[in-house]
Design a protein around this ligand. Structure first.
Ligand code: FAD
Length: 379
């Protein structure tokens, strides 16, 4: 067993730390206030070959591993979780299904521009009546000649305003009494396709969360992603990988809040001494540090299993569940350690606290992760 990062993983950590602190952190508070999406950050990440980090070089990627991807998400989220989720969704929801299930032509046409950072990746699964029960999709695709006509809607879709195209799921029929779900690659400028970006969110204000409306959207059969009826299985596989990204995002948020709380606790004096000397505060910081280390270790384990080509469904759920609950707990403690200042925008930890909540919801809620783990251990 080797807990040491490889030299490449260390290099990516250093690169991402510099990039996050130099390019992402400075405007993070302002973007949180103005809700501005930082397109320029992702253009720069494209220039650095980060937008296709874990995909092969032949598709414009950097050929790095999943551990490196987790490190990249963590470092972005340590300073700005909105940037972290945008990048995580781009890689694990936007690019991954194309890489895993696309034909060679589809990869050249769609994966390459994503990896080169020319457009952002997105994935349309959730619907107003199909969230945790994503198999309850109502969006329908009906075949007419060599085309599919898609009608329906999707909600809470990350990045779609900045995506030239995205993969989404639709019901294409019934087989043995079960809905047959198929994935399609749809251009966002297709007539009948509308992307609406007007949610008022708790946090992640500078990430893009959208509603999609599809009215008689025509998609050629060559844009079908994988076989008819494979959509359900495909999104389960996609979400397994995505959960490593959300786990890494949660570790980054927790780390960022912990560092701010530790620094504040050392500097703040009450009753004639640094508050970090009060055991109640010191123990909180010790627990924060410990939980973050455990969450990070488990995110890397899930990523490592994926890189080995081993089954990682249970580990992806466990890392996402543990890391997201850690992020929520750590950010709550961070606000507490800063007292009244923790409640104020200027001290940043309230942004981490608001942003952390999404990690317990997106890509499967904590309840759904527990269901998956229970199923995997044979309950
Ligand atoms: C900011 C943001 C970004 C997102 N990005 C995307 C995206 O890019 N693409 C995409 O497709 N989706 C995206 N989502 C959607 C997200 O994955 C869903 O919100 C999530 O899966 C939960 O679905 P729901 O909101 O419909 O809640 P529901 O499924 O309605 O759940 C409501 C509550 O019931 C509980 N519950 C439901 N079923 C069970 C059960 N079987 N056992 C126990 N408890 C249960 C849930 O845990 C939850 O507490 C995003 C969401 C947000 C908020």
């Amino acid at each position: 067993m080797n807990y040491e990062l490889t030299s490449e993983q260390k290099m990516i950590r250093n690169l991402m730390r510099d990039f996050a602190e130099g390019e992402v952190a400075p405007g993070a508070d302002e973007r949180d206030r103005t809700k501005r999406f930082p397109k320029e950050i992702f253009e720069k990440m494209g220039e650095l070959k980060l937008m296709g980090l874990p995909f092969p070089e032949e598709y414009g990627g950097a050929g790095a591993d999943t551990v490196s991807f987790a490190i990249a998400v963590e470092e972005l989220s340590r300073v700005c979780a909105s940037t972290g989720i945008t990048y995580s969704a781009h890689i694990s929801l936007g690019c991954a299904p194309l890489y895993l299930f696309g034909t060679e032509e589809q990869k050249q046409k769609y994966l390459v521009p994503l990896c080169e950072g020319k457009t952002l990746g997105a994935f349309g699964l959730t619907e107003p009546n199909a969230g945790s029960d994503a198999g309850g999709t109502k969006t329908r695709a009906v075949k007419e000649g060599n085309e599919w006509i898609i009608n329906g809607s999707k909600c809470f879709i990350t990045n779609a305003s900045y995506a030239d195209f995205l993969a989404l799921t639709a019901v294409t029929g019934n087989s043995q009494g079960k809905r047959e779900i198929t994935s399609f690659i749809v251009s966002t400028d297709q007539p009948g396709f509308r992307v609406i970006d007007n949610y008022e969110k708790l946090g992640l204000h500078s990430s893009n969360t959208t509603e999609l409306v599809l009215e008689n959207v025509r998609v050629p059969d060559e844009n079908r992603l994988g076989e008819i009826g494979r959509g359900f299985k495909q999104f389960l596989i996609t979400l397994d990988g995505g959960r490593i990204g959300i786990g890494a995002m949660a570790v980054g948020i927790a780390q960022g809040a912990y560092e701010l709380a530790l620094q504040y606790a050392k500097e703040r004096t009450q009753f004639g001494q640094s508050i970090s000397k009060f055991q109640a505060v010191a123990h909180k910081l010790a627990d924060m540090h410990m939980k973050i280390e455990l969450a990070r270790t488990y995110v890397y384990k899930a990523a490592w299993l994926k890189d080995q080509g081993r089954k990682f469904t249970k580990e992806a759920s466990m890392c996402k569940l543990f890391a997201s609950e850690t992020a929520m707990w750590v950010t709550t403690q961070a606000v507490q350690i800063l007292g009244g200042w923790g409640y104020m925008r200027d001290y940043k930890v309230e942004r981490f606290f608001r942003d952390a909540k999404l990690t317990e919801i997106g890509e499967g809620t904590s309840e759904i992760q527990r269901n998956i783990i229970a199923r995997e251990i044979g309950c």
